[in-house]
Write a protein that binds this ligand. Structure first.
Ligand code: NA7
Length: 537
């Protein structure tokens, strides 16, 4: 792997070399011809797909769309074999992109940005690395991802555990031998749902400690047929153009209408069809699944019925269907044989609401009630989402105020891209952007393209620095909240709202109106001379 000792001063520093950082590097370096360096904690590119190597890890967006659109030649060269690509395939794709565009020469791997400070006199960021080195740049690009700051709950006694402890988002590269072992899994979000059925094949036992059941829709993952692959490649330019105009950056069959504009038979037919089709498009069974509670409840009850059809143990079925939030308002899980796993003799489900965790003991997890013996504890407990990755870095803007402190009050950003008080800091898919509600790579491309246009104009027009105006930022976040209020999303305490992180301010952070609307807003801001930004020459 290339290890730069590196220049001490560049035009732009990028934090992170996942899909966002890689594309930002390519465009800033190759199109604007800026000097750029990216710092990346991992030893290679790929971000989320570098870290999430747990058994069963795969994307929940369809692979033909979950890829960059900027490289049409690669669309022809690369073949996605499965409908939902597995982690090794997506990582290999990211590595191929890095090779094709010679990105690694400007990425410093195994290097973590620990601090960054803005100097208002020189209009320069100084970035401090974990090596103790300092590098300066005019622009700082936050590309640290939305789901990279792992969240491990603070449970008494964890340091006394005699076995092995893992988090899904930091899975060892060499893999983990679970054969014959007793495994406790804490967490039943997307990661737990993907992991549990796969490790159940190998482990002596898997005890799932479930605090809140989530809704899991079957992925119906399969290999693409030769004909599908041929058609996809032949029509890729059209697919890319059309997906650009869709809400989430992927083409989906539109819903047949609002739930109660359909007859009962039509409602059932739509739900049946989506269930058979599998995947996140289940939310499109009705136009108003995410805006009308009664419509949502029809779809939610349908899923509960399918769970009861599948899980033979009625007590387990009861535990798995006791969701207390509308369908899809916590991120929908897309699984393979998840509910079926609970029919295995070696998989046990324990409800933490009935039996809260007391402490970890050397041989397992002591609950209020039983003690579950374990050789291995797997935390599938998620992330400090969206703001966590940059909040964990000591980023100081004007007047020395930290981003962490600012976001501890309110996780605000203007258009998800800029933060009042932090000049020349551009964030890719920050709070108030469509990000995690859409195909991330489409959201990333939109954001990076917009940022690169702005940086290019600043360079051409002699603008030394730009910063989001605090009023514009607040108005944007008010708008984001108002739009979220027209949906059912705020009904759930989820990582979308920060509810999974103790002390995090509660707010629904993603922008719910989709990428094309968001692009129009961003382009309108640019057209108005970057309305809402304060520039200095
Ligand atoms: P998620 O979706 O945040 O799920 C985390 C799970 O861990 C969820 O079931 C939580 O239960 C559970 N959890 C978290 N803290 C605890 C404690 N202290 N005790 C018991 N259970 C706990 O993370 P994932 O990694 O699965 O998925 C993240 C995203 O990655 C996913 O949405 C996709 O976009 C990809 P809770 O619901 O909070 O009761």
């Amino acid at each position: 792997m290339t290890q730069l000792t590196g220049p001490k001063s560049v035009d732009a520093i990028i934090i992170g070399a996942g899909f966002a950082g890689m594309y930002a590097l390519k465009r800033l370096r190759d199109d604007l011809e800026l000097s750029v360096v990216a710092f990346e904690t991992a030893s290679d590119v790929g971000g989320t797909w570098y870290w999430n190597r747990y058994p069963g890890a795969r994307c929940d967006a369809e692979s033909i769309f979950y890829s960059y659109s900027f490289d049409p030649e690669l669309d022809q060269d690369w073949t996605w074999t499965e409908r939902y690509a597995a982690q090794p395939d997506i990582l290999a794709y990211a590595q191929r992109v890095a090779d094709r565009h010679d990105l690694r020469r400007d990425i410093r791997f195994s290097t973590t940005v620990v601090a960054a400070a803005w100097d208002s006199t020189s209009h320069i960021w100084t970035v401090e690395l974990d090596s103790g080195e300092h590098v300066t740049a005019r622009f700082l690009i936050g590309a640290a991802g939305c789901l990279s700051a792992v969240q491990i709950p603070d449970i008494d006694g964890i340091e006394d555990f005699a076995g092995e402890v893992y988090h899904t988002g930091r899975w060892p590269h060499e893999g983990v031998d679970l054969a014959g072992k007793h495994v406790v899994v804490i967490g039943t979000g997307s990661s737990g749902v993907q992991l549990i059925p796969v490790i159940a094949e190998e482990a002596a036992s898997v005890t799932v400690l479930q605090r809140t059941p989530n809704f899991t829709i079957p992925a119906r993952n399969r290999d693409y047929t030769d004909e599908e692959l041929e058609t996809t490649k032949r029509t890729y330019p059209i697919l890319r153009a059309e997906s650009r105009e869709t809400f989430g950056g992927a083409i989906l069959v539109p819903p047949p209408g609002k739930a109660f504009d359909l007859t009962e038979d039509e409602r059932k037919a739509s739900l049946d069809a989506r269930w058979v089709e599998g995947g996140g498009a289940f939310m499109f069974a009705f136009e108003d699944s995410l805006s009308d509670l009664e419509a949502n409840e029809v779809a939610a009850d349908y899923v509960r019925e399918r769970i009861r059809d599948t899980v033979t143990d009625s007590a387990a079925a009861e535990q798995l269907t006791s969701m207390e939030f509308p369908l899809g308002t916590k991120r929908l899980c897309i699984g393979t044989d998840y509910y079926e796993a609970f029919n295995r003799d070696n998989v046990h489900l324990v409800g933490l609401r009935q039996h809260p965790i007391q402490r970890v003991v050397p041989n397992g997890v002591e609950l209020d009630g039983p003690t579950v013996e374990a050789d291995v504890i797997v935390f599938a407990t998620g992330y400090d989402a969206i703001t966590g990755p940059l909040s964990r870095i000591d980023i100081r803007g004007k007047d020395g105020a930290t981003l962490r402190d600012k976001w501890q009050q309110a996780a605000n950003a203007y258009l998800g891209v800029a933060v009042a008080g932090f000049p020349n800091l551009f964030i890719i898919t920050g709070p108030g952007s469509p990000s995690v509600l859409t195909n991330m790579i489409s959201a990333i491309e939109q954001h990076v393209d917009w940022i690169v246009d702005y940086v290019g104009q600043m360079c051409s027009n002699g603008v030394r620095s730009t910063v989001a105006d605090a009023t514009a930022e607040q108005e944007w976040m008010d708008h984001v909240a108002e739009l979220a209020g027209t949906t059912l999303f705020p009904h759930a305490a989820s990582w979308y709202t920060g509810a999974n992180v103790p002390g995090k301010p509660a707010a629904f952070l993603p922008y719910v109106a989709g990428i094309p609307t968001f692009r129009d807003v961003c382009d309108g801001v640019a057209k108005d001379g970057y309305r809402g930004f304060i520039e200095q020459r």
